[in-house]
Design a protein around this ligand. Structure first.
Ligand code: ADP
Ligand code: CIR
Length: 461
């Protein structure tokens, strides 16, 4: 039977096959052969069965590819530690490999909540080429050297998530609590999102709140550079230079300036200016103080290639060279969350339209970020909100306990790993980033705040 094959269908079919080939390349030869053979057999059957639309055939092909991959990997992916393999790698002449592999295996016992340690397979590692072993070791070194990590790994290249799919797909599924192979879909459209008020306005005054500091950020990486953990100082400088060309265009539209930490850069700022920007929540903290980022290589060469663009009104900011190449955000003190959300979408569209800027994106994982926790949307939507009752003991412990089941994260006033405000102000944001739409995240923030307001009132009694 002759079915019309649309260009879109052909494109998604070839994308899917490409991704499968990539994923197969990191399986053992036998497993890869079984997967591809199974897929071939399925393709013949699927086409022969003449489904009404080829789009649905492609969708089914993807599902079957995932299933076959799981079956093919089944025998191969073993997270137990083989003593002979552990001895082999612990005694490696490559000190980086020896330290990384012995520590990640040890953390399986001492820190089972370290997702990377618990899902690392020394047998899978052993099946890789020497070059691939080094690359995967770089991805997991942060979790190996910092056994108390929650996630414990960072991608070094946008393709790592596919290349080391047997490891990363498990880590991603475990952290984001989604089935392996789940696909992320980007969607900024608020209409129809569950929890959205009828008028579409996420208005905090309706929840009895005053104007709050609101911020929405996304992590983005440029597809033509390695991810920050694998960049050299020269790469970091080249990337900053590329962004400075883009900032010239943004300045024409939004005013403002770029602030560089690179010694000798024409836009270099003093230490005092840098500290003022950090205090004003516009610039990121000294990364070399963060051992998770340092052991991932992400903080290397600090402060070379680091800086931030701030628009004329201070409300639109782009960080350069933090955990992701770019963190793009809008921030404002106000009462309607749509304001920062909509502004960010418009600003992002402008950034993306600048010639030569292409963000790393995966058909499966959405926007590709260094840390698997940020995959998909790369979005964190937050408010600074006073919770004096839930923080009456001077800590965020009770607030965190209440927020966790509400799907909310609690951070300090200066961001992650900083203390809460003296008046009980905390940073509240939905925890989910992957397999959730952008519109759902900002709506989840609104619903979460509403629930937290009720919890805060109850805590008073
Ligand atoms: P992220 O991972 O989103 O970049 P961090 O926790 O590292 O966030 O915080 C980065 C900076 O952004 C910190 O200075 C933090 O105080 C600031 N910030 C986060 N949310 C808000 C907000 N709603 N209002 C003002 N500043 C904020
Ligand atoms: C960990 O694994 O605990 C650290 N590497 C941080 C993980 C959270 N992700 C992040 O801050 N982007």
């Amino acid at each position: 039977c002759a079915l019309p094959i649309s260009a879109t269908t052909m494109a998604s079919a070839s994308r899917m096959l490409r991704s499968l080939r990539l994923r197969s390349s990191s399986l053992s030869k036998a497993a890869a052969a079984a997967t591809v053979a199974g897929l071939g057999a399925f393709s013949v059957n699927a086409v022969a069965s003449c489904e009404p639309g080829l789009d649905s055939v492609v969708t089914r092909l993807e599902k079957v590819a995932n299933r076959l991959e799981a079956i093919a990997e089944g025998g191969d992916y073993d997270t137990s530690v083989d003593a002979a393999l552990l001895a082999k790698y612990s005694n490696s002449s490559d000190g980086y490999i020896a330290s990384c592999i012995s520590k990640i295996c040890a953390a399986k016992v001492t820190n089972p909540s370290n997702i990377t340690a618990s899902l690392f397979s020394i047998k899978y590692f052993d099946s890789l080429s020497e070059a691939a072993q080094k690359a995967l070791a770089m991805c997991i070194n942060s979790g190996a050297q910092n056994a108390d990590s929650g996630m414990g790994c960072y991608a070094m290249s946008p393709t790592d998530y596919d290349t080391y799919g047997p490891f990363f797909s498990r880590v991603i599924a475990a952290y984001h609590k989604v089935p392996r192979g789940s696909k992320h879909v980007t969607d900024w459209n608020l209409s129809g999102v569950e929890g959205l008020p009828e008028d579409g306005q996420l208005d905090l005054t309706k929840l009895g709140l005053p104007a709050l500091s609101m911020r929405v950020r996304v992590g983005r990486n440029l597809s033509d550079f390695k991810l920050p953990g694998a960049m050299s100082a020269a790469d970091r400088l080249r990337m900053e230079q590329k962004m400075c060309v883009a900032f010239e265009k943004l300045k024409q539209k939004f005013g403002g300036r770029y602030h560089s930490l690179t010694p000798g850069h024409p836009d270099h700022i003093t230490n005092d200016e840098y500290n003022a920007l950090v205090k004003g929540h516009k610039m990121f903290k000294d990364m070399s103080d963060d051992s998770y980022l340092a052991d991932a290589g992400i903080a290397s060469d600090w402060p070379v290639g680091r800086g931030c663009y701030v628009s004329g009104d201070g409300g639109f900011i782009i960080w350069v060279g933090e955990e992701d190449h770019l963190r793009i955000m809008c921030m404002n003190k106000g009462t309607v969350l749509n304001e920062v959300f909509d502004r960010l979408k418009t600003a992002l569209d402008t950034v993306e339209s600048i010639e030569g800027l292409k963000f790393a994106h995966s058909d499966t994982y959405g926007y590709v970020t260094s840390c698997p926790t940020n995959l998909g949307t790369g979005m964190r939507a937050s408010v600074h909100m006073k919770c004096p009752n839930l923080t009456a003991d001077g800590t965020d412990a009770a607030c965190k306990a209440v927020c966790k089941p509400l799907g909310l994260s609690v951070r300090g006033l200066g961001g992650e790993h900083t203390p809460i405000g003296a008046d009980g102000t905390v940073d509240i944001s939905p925890s989910a980033r992957f397999c959730i739409s952008e519109a759902q995240i900002v709506t989840a923030l609104y619903t979460g705040i509403k629930n937290l307001v009720a919890e805060e009132a109850t805590a008073k009694k």
